[in-house]
Design a protein around this ligand. Sequence first.
Ligand code: ZN
Length: 150
Amino acid sequence: MPPRASSRLTAFVLGPAGGAPATEVLLALSAEGEVDVVEGGADWTAHEAEREHFFANGQGGFRVVCPACEAQATSRFWKALEAWRQGGARTFTCTCGVSSDLAELQFFPAAGFAARWLRGAKAASLDLTPAAQARLESLWPGFRVVGSRG
Ligand SMILES: [Zn+2]
């Protein structure tokens, strides 16, 4: 049964810092006939920004964990993110004393920072097709897939 329109997601494929331009990556995927980046399809566009953006699902249940002590850090993460957006350092200091770049924290479900990304509107899933997976691994090593409802 095909997914209902309301069950569709917005999928983001986040490129690594210093990776190939998003337009080039999208073109490479399309040129190979791999327009279905994710299983079930999506409408893809390429994006670049001067500064990194933070991508996460817009739903409840989002958790952030310190990589050193595994303590729950969600609410303090949002405060640190806000401080970074206002021009502060992109640093999180845990109650265990360890400081990390915000990007090094563990996010459940997946989240991340990127200045270049592909946006898949009305994505049927977040499962990459095998061909897209292989292509992205060579063009954008360390890429991440983040999904958002609506
Ligand atoms: Zn910690």
